[in-house]
Design a protein. Structure first.
Length: 394
């Protein structure tokens, strides 16, 4: 019956992580998967989250199904975090659903786009997160790309030229901050110019906000969101708490759609619920309630903000340390890009062959594109990684 089914080639990042787990070498370093590790190489359990978990467990009673759109307290907390007291929120123009991680939000949005914008393509940055294309093509949405990264910086002119030629109602996926995989973000001035073009061309922006707080801060990383809100046009936004609350396995995320009117927002929410119903029916309870408790409890909210600040500061310190060691060991090469890139990831500039050599010879794992997860560095392994990189660059 199943003899005709081909083998699964595997996800390039997750398969690499599996290979790392099987590697018996001492001193191996995993800089492939997008997970924040602390100074001791461990996934941290944030104190704000631990306290929230105790509150949720102590208050637990019956466990009915959540509504299709998720828990009301989670959805309102997400809206406050992302949109503050903006008039669009007060007017009821924003439809928000609790997703199964932001990947679940992307999938619900992909089904929504295919159903209600069947002729629209979605434009992805080149490069982008590997799974973006798979999610949208899996829902039958045609994908294409716009130029984004060239010679260590944003190819802004190429990006604008491509989007000027995109048909009206095309969807444009944008990384709100901490671009994955390059770590290279648009400037504030570039965001302002881009938002103006998107509205003029009647394109539908779709922000992916997976790393809020890892760029400049939880509020500062919402610059693109505020620009789109103030421009008045519709847009979609998928956000995640996996990284900034370190709750990866709880799959906590959301999808929000900013609409022109409250009436349209109500219709959009209804159709999102329909997409959810025919997919997974409703989201799980526990993780969402932990997130809602952190966001809605002033003491825990401030504790969490402090913890995110500390994680961001540590990532920047690791960038600086790697830059210093590499600059000393390879004096003829400029590594300043490690200091200007933002968030968890950096494009190292290493070739696929050099990445293979890092893994095979030195036990340092990167994605073959040369993307490195800076959050996997710590004071104990940063010099080891720098030595290995210097060796393959020689």
């Amino acid at each position: 019956m199943f003899a005709h089914i081909p083998p699964y080639a595997g996800d390039p990042i997750l398969s690499l992580n599996e290979a790392f787990q099987k590697d018996p070498r001492q001193g191996k370093v995993n800089l492939s998967i997008g997970i924040y590790f602390d100074e001791n190489g461990k996934i941290p359990a944030l104190e704000s989250v631990r306290k929230a978990e105790h509150l949720v467990v102590n208050a637990a009673g019956a466990r009915p199904y959540l509504p299709m759109e998720g828990a009301a307290n989670f959805r309102s907390a997400v809206q406050t975090l992302l949109f503050g007291d903006h008039p669009a929120l007060k007017a009821g123009r924003i439809a928000t659903i609790q997703g199964v991680g932001s990947s679940g939000g992307l999938k619900v949005a992909a089904d929504f786009i295919k159903a209600h914008f069947p002729a629209s393509k979605i434009y992805l940055s080149s490069p982008t997160w590997d799974n973006h294309r798979a999610v949208f093509e899996g829902s039958g949405v045609e994908t294409t790309t716009y130029p984004y990264y060239q010679d260590g910086q944003v190819d802004f002119a190429g990006m604008l030229d491509a989007l000027r030629q995109a048909p009206a109602r095309s969807v444009v996926l944008l990384h709100a901050c901490c671009h994955n995989p390059t770590g290279v973000d648009l400037s504030a001035a570039q965001w302002t110019e881009l938002v103006k073009l998107l509205n003029e061309r009647e394109l539908l922006p779709f922000l992916d906000l997976a790393y809020q707080g890892y760029g400049d801060g939880l509020d500062e990383d919402l610059f693109a969101v505020r620009e789109l809100l103030n421009a008045g046009g519709p847009f979609l936004l998928a956000n995640s708490f996996s990284k900034n609350m370190s709750v990866y396995g709880e799959r906590c995320g959301a999808l929000s759609v900013v609409c022109p009117t409250a009436e349209q927002a109500e219709k959009v929410l209804g159709q999102l619920k329909f997409m959810i119903r025919r997919n997974y029916s409703n989201p799980p309870t526990f993780g969402g309630q932990v997130v809602a408790t952190v966001l809605n409890t002033p003491e825990l909210n401030q504790m969490w903000r402090n913890e995110v600040d500390a994680m961001r500061t540590r990532i920047k310190a690791m960038r600086k340390a790697l830059h210093e060691v590499l600059s000393a060991k390879v004096p003829g090469r400029n590594f300043d890009y490690f200091l200007t890139q933002r968030g968890m990831f950096s494009y190292t500039g290493l070739s696929g062959e050099q990445v293979d050599a890092l893994k095979d010879t030195h036990g340092v794992y990167l994605v073959r594109s040369g993307r490195m997860c800076v959050a996997g560095l710590n004071s104990k392994n940063v010099e080891v990684v720098a030595n290995a990189m210097a060796a393959v660059l020689a």
